[in-house]
Every structure is written in structure tokens, then in C-alpha cells.
Design a protein around this ligand. Structure first.
Ligand code: TYD
Ligand code: MG
Length: 460
């Protein structure tokens, strides 16, 4: 039988059980429950009797002191993704697949903080100082004022931080740390949670900025310590598409700013380059317009990004024609095809349909519905859409085109990038752009049909 202080903990979500089970009821994962010694005796157990609490001081919401300004790293894309710089005393988790460039990014951020006059420490549990120096040399950052250490013992790290009092500390990665107060192995939920807790306590009490690196499993979860996501103030994911050199830093949680902000980078031989105008990555080059391409005016967080959506509709001899999507949700494609069929009589039933978001971007914004539908119809009719026009709007099951958020931002960005027209839901207006209204999908069909036929048929 397990000892009183032992419990069975899911290594994925941290749920605790009294006995072992094959599947975690909380997160649905299989084979993730393992025996772990718990951090403290259970309440009402054999531990020391709780003493009387001491009275805590209550304060006003406004507070007395001045608000500490945010710390800028000098890296505009990173600062933007963090919601406008780093907040002193806050904890930030950067998650991402191995090899995506987390260590590279954070070394550059450390150098940026150092250059801005902040005292910054970079503590790696994965690489030796010599390896980090090698990378710094490649990035031409070897002169940056960054204090370097290789350590995994939490006790040593905390002692060092308390002695050195840095303004910011980077821990690469949280999964390598271990606390000798616990019998559990490094990387287990118990260890990761305890180490994070200690580090956050230090950050809150000292005003030090804490940046943690976390590894992500293949299904997009930060391995093991999903619990960490709840403990930190901000969670950012560093993502890449297979075979692409650009990287997205995406805020999924931020207590001090808007979530869904993105920073865009490109991985080059000399580290990560900031991409100030991401639309350049997701729009194809100029040239003769081809059918099946529509430019979607998207918004990621507060940032407008124009993306080309490409469709190919070709006659199929298969009983169940093919449907394939890249960077888009396949259920959403099925819905669009069903609505186009039911509300406009556009039958794709004898066609293979492929939908691709250019540049390796992934779109989850429902405002892209209209652009995807435009690309599909353009390919079906073999009628190119005007190159100088952006499209956005959410499509309802009734075939109505519904207004979307931040229409002004979308139109303004399109105008800034030289577009002169837009197809948008009712209510959207702009001073420089000619805006065509789409109230239902039938308007879209008419708008798409009004184009001249392409000279080269795109399908055989
Ligand atoms: P790294 O920062 O070690 O990734 P992570 O910490 O997320 O595991 O980045 C590793 C990859 O980045 C590696 O495949 C090589 C590439 N890279 C470059 O392309 N250019 C560079 O200047 C650097 C430092 C790395
Ligand atoms: Mg690394």
C-alpha cells in the first residue's frame, strides 16, 4: 500500500488520485498516472498543528507607490508579443518544440536586456556554458553583458539569485530543474510545480523578471507541467511550420496584456531576425492573377496580417472526392462547401477540393470564411479575383455574411499595403478603400462571377 504522503498524479495535467488508474479522468490521457510523493502532508493528516494566522494588511486598489514601468527588451516583436514589454516581478513561460529556437531567442532577449542596462542572468540546465558561448559568438552577442550559469539544483539557483539580485533571470528549461526537498525525479509534475512555485515566489518578492522555457509535446501541450501555465502570468508559444524559416511567438495567456498577440521572426544563419511586416511572408509575388487565390485581411491579436488563401477545385473521378486542407480547419471547409451547396446551389460534390493558406500560416479566425469561399468559387468558375482586393467576413449556416471584429484595422492595413478594394460584411467602411458589401454568399457568387475568365485553365 502507498504511504500516507504518496499519491498518484497525472504527469500531464497534475490531477491527483488516491489509487492508480490507466486513464486520467481529468484530461483523458492514457498511462500518465504515476506514484509520486506529495509535497506536504495531507490536510488533517499527521503534519504539525496549524498555528493561528497573522493579520494581513489590506490596501487600496490604487496603492501608494508609483507604477513601475515595463521593461523593454529592445526586440520589438518580442515586446509586442508580451503585450508591450516585460512587467517587473512577473513570470513568463515560453513553450515550443525542441529545436524551434527558444534558446536562440532568449539569448538574444538576454543580450537586449543587458544592453538596456538591466542585470540579467541566463541559467541553462541543458547546455554547458561553452555551448552557450559558442551560440553567442555565432549571434555576434559574445560581448553582451549577460551573466551565464549551468545549473539544475533549485537550491543553488535560488541562493545565487538572492545573492546576485538580477533584474531578470532566464531559466532554460524548467523541466531540468529539481528540488532536493522532493523525492520525485526532475521533469515530473511535482518537481516542475514546486520549482516554478519557488521561483515565482522569489520573482514576486524581489521584482525580478522570470522567464521560463518549457518543452512542448507533439500535441501542443507543454510536457507534463500544464500546471505551470496556470501559475505564471503569461504563456507564449514559439511555433514554426515544418520546412519554414519563419517563427511565430504567440501569446496564449497574458495577465498584463492582450492574449493572441504575435511576434514574427525569421530564423537566419545569424539568429532570429525580426519581421516588421509579416504580410510580406504570406502574400505571393505579383504577376498575372490566377484563379483560386483570395487575399484575407486577418488580425492576429491587435496586429493585422494579410494572408493569401489558395483553393484548387478540380473534377474528380472518385466516388468520394478528396478534401484536403493546409493551415485551415477541415471541418470548417466541409461547412463552407455545405453552405455553398445549400444556399447558392454551388455543387462541389464531383470535385476534389484543396485549400491552402500560403506561407505556412495557420488560420483559426472565422473572419476568413468569406475569403476561403471566394477562393473556392474563383477556382470553380476559373475566374481570377482582382489582385488589389482583400476579402473578409464570417459565413453563417444560413449563408449570411456576418460582421467581424476589427474591420477598420483590417481595411487600414490593406490600404497601407497598396490594396485599393475590399469585399466585406455590412458596416465596414474605409476612406481610401472601395468597399463592396457582401450580405449573403449570393453576393459573393455574383462578385466572383463578375470577373473575366482566366486565359489559362488551371485544371486539366
Ligand atoms: P535552439 O535555440 O537551440 O532551439 P531550442 O532551444 O528551442 O531547442 O535552436 C536550434 C536550431 O536553430 C538549430 O536547428 C539551429 C538553428 N539555428 C539557426 O538556424 N541559426 C542560428 O543562428 C542559431 C543559433 C540556431
Ligand atoms: Mg534549447
Amino acid at each position: 500500500m502507498a504511504r500516507q504522503s504518496d499519491s498518484y498524479v497525472c504527469q500531464s495535467c497534475g490531477a491527483a488520485y488516491g489509487k492508480w488508474a490507466g486513464r486520467c479522468e481529468a484530461c483523458g490521457e492514457w498511462n500518465t498516472i504515476a506514484l509520486e510523493a506529495s509535497e506536504s502532508a495531507p490536510p488533517g493528516g499527521l503534519g504539525p498543528k496549524p498555528s493561528k494566522g497573522k493579520v494581513i494588511e489590506l490596501a487600496t486598489l490604487k496603492g501608494g507607490g508609483a507604477v513601475e514601468p515595463r521593461v523593454m527588451t529592445g526586440n520589438l516583436e518580442f515586446d509586442r508579443a508580451c503585450g508591450g514589454g516585460l512587467v517587473p516581478g512577473s513570470a513568463l513561460l515560453i513553450g515550443g518544440d525542441p529545436g524551434v529556437g527558444k534558446s536562440t531567442l532568449l539569448l538574444q532577449i538576454a543580450a537586449g536586456l543587458g544592453a538596456a542596462g538591466e542585470k540579467v542572468a541566463y541559467i541553462s540546465g541543458e547546455e554547458a556554458p561553452e555551448q552557450i558561448r559558442l551560440r553567442a559568438r555565432r549571434l555576434l552577442l559574445d560581448d553582451a553583458p549577460v551573466a551565464l550559469a549551468a545549473a539544475t539544483a533549485l537550491r543553488d539557483i535560488l541562493a545565487t539569485l538572492k545573492a546576485e539580485r538580477p533584474d531578470a533571470v532566464i531559466i532554460d528549461s524548467i523541466q531540468t530543474l529539481w528540488s532536493d526537498a522532493l523525492p520525485a525525479a526532475p521533469g515530473t509534475v511535482t518537481q516542475v510545480r514546486a520549482c516554478t512555485q519557488e521561483l515565482i515566489r522569489f520573482a514576486k518578492s524581489s521584482g525580478c523578471i522570470l522567464i521560463l522555457v518549457g518543452h512542448v509535446t507533439k500535441d501542443g501541450q507543454i510536457a507534463g507541467p500544464r500546471v505551470v501555465e496556470h501559475m505564471v502570468d503569461a504563456v507564449l508559444y514559439f511555433e514554426s511550420e515544418q520546412g519554414r524559416s519563419f517563427r511565430l511567438l504567440r501569446a496564449v495567456k497574458n495577465r498584463f496584456g492582450a492574449a493572441h498577440e504575435i511576434g514574427v521572426f525569421e530564423m537566419t544563419g545569424a539568429g532570429l531576425r525580426e519581421v516588421a511586416n509579416p504580410s510580406e511572408l504570406f502574400l505571393s509575388e505579383g504577376g498575372e492573377p490566377v484563379s483560386g487565390a483570395a487575399v484575407f485581411a486577418g488580425v492576429e491579436g491587435t496586429r493585422p496580417v494579410l494572408v493569401e488563401i489558395q483553393a484548387l477545385v478540380s473534377p474528380s473521378s472518385l466516388a468520394a472526392p478528396r478534401r484536403a486542407v493546409v493551415g485551415w480547419d477541415s471541418a470548417r471547409l466541409s461547412m463552407l462547401l455545405a453552405v455553398l451547396d445549400a444556399r447558392c446551389g454551388m455543387d462541389f460534390g464531383r470535385h476534389d477540393v484543396f485549400l491552402n493558406v500560403a506561407g505556412g500560416m495557420r488560420i483559426g479566425d472565422p473572419a476568413a470564411d468569406l475569403a476561403a469561399a471566394a477562393a473556392l468559387l474563383s477556382s470553380l468558375f476559373d475566374s481570377p479575383l482582382p489582385r488589389d482586393c482583400v476579402v473578409f467576413g464570417e459565413v453563417a449556416l444560413s449563408g449570411a455574411v456576418r460582421p467581424v471584429s476589427q474591420a477598420d484595422t483590417r481595411l487600414k492595413e490593406a490600404g497601407k499595403l497598396g490594396f485599393s478594394g475590399a469585399l466585406a460584411p455590412a458596416g465596414a467602411a474605409d476612406q481610401t478603400l472601395r468597399v463592396d458589401r457582401a450580405e449573403t454568399l449570393l453576393d459573393l457568387v455574383a462578385w466572383t462571377r463578375a470577373r473575366p475568365q482566366s486565359r489559362h485553365r488551371q485544371t486539366g
